[in-house]
Design a protein around this ligand. Structure first.
Ligand SMILES: Nc1ncnc2c1ncn2[C@@H]1O[C@H](COP(=O)(O)OP(=O)(O)OP(=O)(O)O)[C@@H](O)[C@H]1O
Ligand SMILES: [Mg+2]
Length: 339
């Protein structure tokens, strides 16, 4: 693992513009508000937080699917934000993605061979037989085999489909894979298998992951660092073990206390119910002060009016919370790594 950041996100804002009836740009909605994150080569950053906190907005901005409203995303020598979603292929090849839904992310009319070799066909000069050899290698990396080459996605279980998606993401030997809830749609034992597979491949191939999840407990083993999001803000960040065993921010504590729903269907139902809930039951961004103040058991008067700065936390990392007002403030736009 190198010391230099592979991806350094600084003061990133992601804004969606509503549309009026006339199709004119309406009110802005800030889904990500000044996020700072960094990932070193070969490192896994777990990004957790409840539904709507802005995790996928960060992922999609890194992938060039959504524009950054402001801020920078330095990937090696390139500022991804300044490319305005038009990544040259040399950059695009180095950042791959795996999404949540293994049932809709794979083209049903393609064979596994076509799916896994597609990136090689588009981005390399390999001929058909070289691509086939590489496809077999890639399938073996995800514990599938050459017998699977001719089959179609519907002939596989959800876990196997996610293995195929991972094989395809590995094809071009990327430096970074963005995994947006790669196991949320799977049953618990399959979740663990896929997480273990990701862990092994990362160590063998030296890839960095931005790993998005709801469940901190599930990703803490594989993550080197964890960042916690709440309503567009990174409220805490630090070494995975410290965040998991000694969470600093009251929201991280609440997240760890929340009983995870083991049944994926129950999880989907809960997510849908949250989306359908009337506005007053949804977490709301207060106009001033700490974004978590309305739900925080430790809220103090100053939390109402002031946005808490980012403080360094014992054991490493940072938290944006006045409970740590006697701690040293982290450098502006820093990620608390020094701590
Ligand atoms: N294309 C869009 N247009 C308008 N608003 C959007 C758009 N995409 C996301 N949002 C809003 O931005 C906020 C953050 O959404 P995002 O998908 O990043 O959250 P998330 O943390 O990934 O949630 P989940 O866990 O449900 O996937 C939400 O309030 C969402 O409704
Ligand atoms: Mg999401």
């Amino acid at each position: 693992m190198s010391d230099k950041a592979l991806l350094e996100i600084t003061d990133l804002w992601v804004t969606y513009w509503g549309r009026s009836l006339l199709g004119l740009a309406g009110k802005p909605f800030h889904a990500v508000k000044g996020a700072n994150l960094s990932i070193r080569a070969g490192e896994t950053l777990g990004l957790v937080g409840e539904s709507g906190s802005g995790k996928s907005s960060i992922a999609n901005t890194v992938l060039g699917l959504v524009p950054a409203a402001s801020g920078s995303m330095r990937f090696g020598d390139v500022d991804l934000a300044s490319l305005r979603m038009r990544y040259p292929s040399a950059v695009r090849n180095q950042i791959q993605a795996v999404f949540q839904d293994p049932y809709s992310s794979l083209n049903p009319s393609m064979t596994v061979e076509d799916i896994v070799t597609e990136p090689l066909r588009v981005h390399t000069a390999m001929n058909r037989s070289e691509r086939r050899d590489r496809a077999i290698e890639l399938l073996e990396l995800v514990s599938l085999s050459r017998e699977h080459l001719e089959r179609h996605p519907h002939q596989f279980s959800g876990g196997q489909r996610q293995r195929i998606a991972i094989a395809s993401a590995l094809a071009l030997q990327p430096k970074l894979i963005v995994l947006d809830e790669p196991v949320s749609a799977l049953d618990v034992s399959t979740q663990n298998q896929i997480i273990n597979l990701l862990y092994e491949r990362r160590d063998a191939l030296g890839i960095a992951y931005l790993l998005i999840a709801h469940d901190l407990a599930l990703v803490h083993h594989i993550s080197d660092r964890i960042a916690v999001m709440y309503l567009g803000h990174i409220v805490e960040e630090g070494p995975s073990d410290r965040v998991y065993k000694a969470p600093a921010h009251p929201y991280t504590k609440a997240l760890l206390d929340a009983v995870p729903l083991l049944d994926p269907q129950a999880q989907r139902d809960r997510r849908e119910a949250r989306k359908a809930a009337p506005a007053h039951e949804m977490p709301r961004m207060a106009a001033t002060g700490c974004p978590y103040k309305n739900r925080c058991p430790s809220a103090m008067p100053r939390c109402q009016a002031e946005m808490p700065p980012v403080y360094e936390i014992d054991g490493g990392g940072t938290a944006s919370c006045f409970l740590y007002a006697d701690h040293v403030e982290a450098p502006k736009n820093g990620t608390g790594r020094a701590a």
